[in-house]
Design a protein around this ligand. Structure first.
Ligand SMILES: [Mg+2]
Length: 376
């Protein structure tokens, strides 16, 4: 088997992709995990700077270009066209490194031997399809059933960038934990659940002092961005999202300019990026990863090796949670994506329909194992 490494760089998006090519199918019997894998290095410095608020908050017009480049790098449709991406990156080799959670189902359930599985689920793009109108990101009734069933057997939390109220209105299951605003607004089940610790209600809002400031910047952003067709501002309680999914690309720099001018007045807030969204949030060290740690602790799994957390998400902000699981050496991150992405997740699922299959299988497996145990 001959091997060849090819480096493809896309100067526009700042992406550099190293592709290991072989003349043998990576799914053939000779393929092993030693096969060359795809490494994708985004323009990490740029994204980092943007996320720490370095880019654009100061003076200098060239920084707007950096914002726009980063907006392009974070939106999959502009990184590379699917055709050119497929031509340069072998999806199958990426999958070797991030195999399907459905195909690796047995390995996952084997790892849960003697442990309590705890489910963490992102909402948009994980339980619901990504849609142009974020107010209409409804989940299907069959997905709701799948999540409800999962929650019967495993403590289950929804971890979303949206406000807790908003994500609750989409999911409408009172037996779940909800971590809204990227984990800055956490609340335990309101309905009795066997995982609810006594009558003690879990409520945690580490950024409550920022509430007035968030409301203020929300108003300012609505005012400043109303001249940009398609731009929408969403108040997610402890953070504000500026969606540019419906903004023409030629207006992205104008939008970045407006957001930048507002942010200059708020040094205690920082900017992060999601899929087609700029997010403004408090500069506190709190993210979806911290929310996962907090919830595991609330459930009594702070220490010990008796828990297997599974986190399923599709977004850059979910990477904080994937990293926490890797660092703890506990459980698995599962990335929802059809395309190769730089990720700390262990496994992948292609789309929400596969997330639903995975939840069904997990429930079915648990039911069978409980039945088997009751016969012994
Ligand atoms: Mg998402």
């Amino acid at each position: 088997m001959t091997k060849q490494n090819v480096v493809v760089s896309d100067a526009k998006s700042g992406l550099e992709i190293t592709v290991g090519l072989t003349n043998t199918s990576l799914f053939s019997t000779t393929a092993t995990r030693k096969s060359p894998i795809v490494t994708i290095s985004r323009n990490n410095k740029l994204l980092k700077k943007l996320e720490t608020g370095v880019v654009g908050v100061g003076v200098g017009g060239e920084r707007i270009n950096a914002w726009v480049d980063s907006m392009k790098a974070s939106s999959p449709t502009h990184v590379m066209s699917p055709a050119s991406f497929a031509a340069t990156v072998d999806l199958r080799s990426w999958i070797l490194d991030h195999p399907s959670a459905l195909q690796m189902f047995e390995q996952i359930t084997n790892a849960s031997e003697g442990k309590q599985i705890v489910m963490f689920l992102d909402y948009d793009g994980t339980l619901s399809p990504i849609v142009n109108d974020s107010d209409r990101a409804f989940m299907s009734e069959s997905m709701r059933r799948a999540v409800r069933n999962a929650a019967r057997y495993f403590p289950t939390a929804i971890v979303s960038g949206r406000s807790r109220d908003k994500v609750y209105n989409f999911v409408r299951l009172a037996e779940l934990y909800y971590a809204g605003s990227h984990g800055m607004d956490i609340k335990g089940p309101t309905k009795s659940s066997k995982y609810k610790k006594g009558n003690q209600a879990v409520l945690f809002q580490p950024a409550s002092e920022f509430l007035p400031m968030i409301n203020e910047i929300n108003k300012a952003l609505i005012e400043k961005t109303k001249s940009i067709p398609g731009a929408t501002v969403e108040n997610n309680k402890f953070c504000v999202s500026v969606h540019y999914r419906n903004v023409e690309e030629k207006s992205w720099s104008g939008l970045a300019e407006q957001v930048k001018s507002v942010m200059k007045e708020y040094p205690k807030l920082k900017l992060t990026q999601g899929r087609m969204v700029l997010e403004i949030r408090p500069t506190i060290k709190w993210d979806k990863g911290k929310a996962v740690e907090f919830l595991l602790e609330s459930l009594g799994f702070a220490n010990g090796n008796n828990v297997l957390p599974l986190y399923i998400g599709d977004d850059r902000t979910d990477e904080d949670a994937f990293k926490v699981l890797r660092k703890r050496g506990q459980g698995f991150g599962i990335l929802v994506s059809k395309n190769p992405k730089d990720t700390s997740a262990s496994y992948s699922l292609q789309e929400p329909a596969e997330v639903m299959d995975f939840l069904h299988r997990l429930v079915e497996w648990k039911r069978l194992s409980l039945r088997r145990r009751s016969r012994v």
